[in-house]
Design a protein around this ligand. Structure first.
Ligand code: IPM
Ligand code: MG
Length: 370
């Protein structure tokens, strides 16, 4: 298989973790006989510095012509005082819109080898396995009007939470499709006791659910959901929710796995290429020190192989290699046990590569004898 992959590594640790994902994909390509071509595009702060915009048109074109997009992270203190249109985050929001990436899939699976580093009790987080389906191109992030004005002599700021029925329908559909292949439960999270958009969201969820009689639908208010995620996270299978609710709940959920550095995500498009990125940010405080955890990015690449290219065995090979490396205790600082020496970014990438190669060698020996 030949595939063109656009790489937007962005700012801060985005660069280091993207490099890791590329190395791992090259190793997988060699092992399974695929050709992956990588082309780099600018986004975020780096694009502001070099091109005067957080998302140059060439980057959008590059992504549209690729089979899939890998994104590292954007942002940093250097650009924090910039006006809204010149912020690195704007580039991320624009690429989501430009590629129509309406469904952000954030799996939350705890590694039993890592339960000791989560701030939560082991019995709470063992065997947690759910997925957050976050609406990504609507809601509070994109609603108009937005901005500042002077109303009756006082400075006023406004953001708008707006959804069209069709936008809600397609994200709820996606959640039900996913639930059908999993534990067959959808938890639709909203604030229907207060917000009109949430009341429509709830109605749409009820309607869509009629098409999926074998999937259970439950509604949950977002404040309750924030609490239930910590109280009993095993109750969840597929959580579907509005853009900003999903942003907040997914950071909270990452602590079930112990570190933001472990959570991958896929942003699926309704038409063209999909985009894969870690949920963590650019972490400027640790950037360039070779200590960032590249696993979320590497697992995002595995998701790309599975969801965009249908390469299930290849995706599994990466996931298994990551499992092995964590279980063997090779861990970056964010997931290392106290008293043990953390490994560096490039070391953990090398460990994952070796685990891939060893596994590959074992399975080819096994198939030779089969
Ligand atoms: C995320 C991030 C982004 C978001 C920021 C960087 C704009 O927090 O992907 O979760 O809020 O969507
Ligand atoms: Mg976020």
């Amino acid at each position: 298989m030949k595939k063109n992959i656009a790489v937007l590594s962005g700012d801060g640790v985005g660069k280091e973790v993207s490099k890791g994902a590329i190395e791992i994909l090259k190793a997988v390509g060699q092992q399974f006989g695929h050709e992956f071509h990588f082309q780099h595009g600018l986004i975020g702060g780096e694009a502001i510095d070099l091109e005067g915009t957080p998302l140059p048109n060439e980057t959008i074109e590059l992504c549209k012509q690729s089979d899939a997009v890998l994104l590292g992270a954007v942002g940093g203190p250097k650009w924090d005082q910039n006006p809204a249109y010149l912020r690195p985050e704007k580039g991320l929001l624009q690429i989501r819109k430009a590629l129509n990436l309406f469904a952000n899939i954030r799996p939350v699976t705890t590694y039993n080898a890592l339960t000791d580093i989560s701030p939560l009790k082991q019995e709470i987080i063992e065997n947690v396995d759910f997925v957050i389906v976050r609406e990504l191109t609507g809601g509070l992030y994109f609603g108009k009007p937005t901005g500042r004005s002077i109303e009756n002599g006082e400075e006023t700021a406004v953001d708008t939470l707006v959804y069209k029925r069709s936008e809600v329908e397609r994200i709820i559909e996606k959640a039900f499709e996913m639930a059908q292949t999993r534990k067959k439960k959808v938890t639709s999270v909203d604030k229907a006791n207060v917000l009109e958009s949430s009341r429509m969201w709830r109605e749409v969820a009820e309607e869509v659910s009629k098409k999926y009689p074998e999937v259970e639908l439950e509604h949950m208010l977002v404040d309750n959901a924030a609490m239930q995620l910590i109280r009993n996270p095993r109750q969840f299978d597929v959580i579907v929710t509005e853009n900003m609710f999903g942003d907040i709940l997914s950071d909270e959920a990452s602590m079930l796995t112990g570190s933001m550095g472990m959570l991958q995500s896929a942003s699926l498009s309704s038409e063209g290429p999909s985009l894969y990125e870690p949920i963590h940010g650019s972490a400027p405080d640790i950037a360039g020190k070779n200590i960032a955890n590249p696993i979320a990015m590497i697992l995002s690449a595995a998701m790309m192989l599975r969801l965009s290219f249908g390469l299930e065995a290849e995706a599994k090979a990466i996931e298994n290699a990551v499992d092995q490396v964590i279980s063997a205790g090779h861990r970056t600082a964010d997931i290392q046990r106290s008293g043990r020496k953390p490994v560096q970014t490039n070391e953990i990438i090398d460990h994952i590569k070796s685990a891939l190669v060893e596994d590959g060698a074992i399975s080819s020996i096994m198939s030779a004898y089969a």
